[in-house]
Ligand binder design. Structure first.
Ligand SMILES: *Cc1c(COP(=O)(O)O)cnc(C)c1O
Length: 489
């Protein structure tokens, strides 16, 4: 080893680390919107490395070249900053990770890091799997994890089939997650982590995050929170004591709908009863450099930059979409064909008071429109049709402005019937426990004028009165393509 040669690079890395730490510290003092717009991408870096480009670069390159063998050796032993190979890291990915770590810890002194992944499911896998490894001291001990039963359909399958059925890690389901005693009763010495989704998709389950975090700390096990629905603009679980947050970056964070992505954001220096010091020191960097290097679920540079662009306006979008959702929820609540509306923002929701403690529009007290802390409850709601499964489908099929798709957090309003889509595979029994009945429509209100969404709902619900006529499609699209109906056979 030519150590004097390597020293040259190590010294430069030290100077560079100092510069970046200073830049990050200055950025951390800025408001949420400023961090969301700029993240860790600086004018200095743009001028020195990126031809002055004011937007973060997209390096589609598979790998990074090194000046000489010394630099290569220092890089591959992770002694100097490097991205090395796009399966492990990439400059575009780095900027996304930087901004997400800062936003999820905003308003606190916490230091966190992030690992961006190719999807939300890859993030959940990457966050949970390291805790389900065999304990060398007790190689034959069983493993379990305690998680809310009201979770996203994909999460349900990953937990029930991949982890429990195929790998034998028992999923202990918390049925009523707002009951803290239920969580504690399920924990024993073989519990590897606690997991919760809040507000849950589609059921709006919600729990006392601070109390569950206290339980996790008491037992020395990590609390992992799926914060997809609220996003850091409305709720930041790390600041309430959670150890790790996962995001389906696909949703609230990438409102435009350009692509699928995920992220794991974790506090540094985790205090846990497990023996892996590297893991505890910096969990997100650990999974990025080690298990994810070997398993390969990290994000592509293109998706990283597309989502960065959406994150810049996260706070104002979450505010607008939350206000519109509230208006739509209030409209539906008084409608004669609606049996029930589930939205945490409604005072009628049994968990409204609890949600009020946690779901606050970030920096609203510094926003001259509000000048005080205001509650915002997000874009996700659901409602139940007072009628049969067929009635529910008829209303759903009559939407003209609201898109029928299994998606959420979009700039466009989107609706689905979870029982036949996102939550179809888990079966009727599990849907019953999670309260996902077949007459439930999940609606995510976008950034359209809310009155136009209400008008669409109004005309769709009119199907139930038998007044509605089904609209026809035009024979030609505006782009000139003729429809299949025109074909002569
Ligand atoms: C969509 C979603 C996921 C999964 O994310 P993908 O990006 O689709 O893999 C996880 N949790 C919640 C709450 C979701 O809505």
């Amino acid at each position: 080893m030519n150590s004097s040669g390597m020293n040259h690079y190590l010294e430069a890395a030290e100077r560079s680390a100092k510069w970046h730490a200073g830049y990050k510290a200055a950025m951390k003092k800025c408001r949420f919107d400023t961090i969301a717009v700029h993240g860790l991408y600086s004018m200095q870096e743009a001028l020195d490395y990126n031809q002055g480009s004011i937007i973060e670069p997209i390096y589609m390159s598979s790998s990074q070249a090194y000046r000489d063998s010394d630099e290569m050796e220092a890089a591959l032993s992770y002694q100097i900053p490097t991205w090395c190979y796009s399966r492990i890291g990439n400059p575009s990915m780095y900027y996304l990770e930087g901004v997400l770590a800062m936003l999820e810890t905003y308003g606190s002194d916490l230091d966190a890091s992030c690992c961006a992944t190719s999807s939300g499911m890859a993030a959940i896998f990457s966050a949970c799997e390291p805790f389900l490894s065999v304990d060398p001291k007790r190689p034959n001990s069983p493993m379990n994890f305690v998680a809310t039963c009201q979770v996203y359909g994909g999460t349900f399958q990953q937990f029930a089939i991949r982890k429990q059925q195929e790998k034998g890690s028992e999923w202990r389901k918390v049925i009523n997650s707002s009951d803290i005693r239920e969580w504690e009763k399920l924990i024993d010495e073989n519990t590897r982590f606690l997991y919760g989704e809040m507000p849950s998709n589609p059921g709006q389950a919600f729990f006392d995050l601070e109390a569950v975090a206290k339980l996790a700390h008491k037992y020395g096990i990590p609390l992992i929170i799926d914060n997809t629905v609220g996003s850091p603009a409305l709720i930041r679980p790390l600041t309430w004591g959670a150890h790790i947050v996962i995001q389906s970056v696909t949703k609230s964070l990438t409102t435009s709908g350009f692509g699928v992505a995920g992220a794991v954001i974790a506090r540094k220096n985790l205090i846990l009863k497990i023996d892996n010091e590297t893991l505890k020191a910096d969990f997100a960097t650990y999974i990025k450099a080690l298990p994810n290097r070997d398993n390969g679920p990290n994000i592509s540079p293109m998706n990283a930059v597309l989502t960065l662009n959406d994150i810049r306006t996260l706070r104002s979008k979450m505010d607008l979409m939350s206000r519109s959702t509230m208006k739509v929820a209030k409209y539906l609540e008084q409608h004669k064909h609606i049996e029930q509306v589930d939205y945490l923002g409604l005072e009628s929701h049994p968990l409204h008071k609890l949600a009020k403690k946690y779901m606050i529009l970030v920096d609203s007290e510094q926003d001259e429109l509000y000048n005080e802390k205001v509650n915002r409850y997000g874009h996700l709601m659901s409602f139940r049709i007072k009628g049969s499964i067929q009635d529910t489908r008829d209303v759903f099929d009559a939407f003209q402005r609201i898109w029928r798709a299994t998606d959420l957090g979009r700039i466009k309003s989107v609706a689905t019937i979870p029982a036949i889509s996102t939550h179809q595979q888990q079966g009727e029994e599990a849907r019953k426990i999670a309260d996902v009945p077949p007459n439930l429509i999940r609606l995510c209100v976008g950034a359209e004028h809310p009155d136009d969404i209400i008008a669409d709902l109004d005309q769709a619900l009119a199907v139930m009165d038998g007044k509605k006529t089904i609209s026809t499609s035009p024979e030609f699209s505006a782009g000139g393509a003729s429809s299949a109906r025109l074909r002569k056979n």
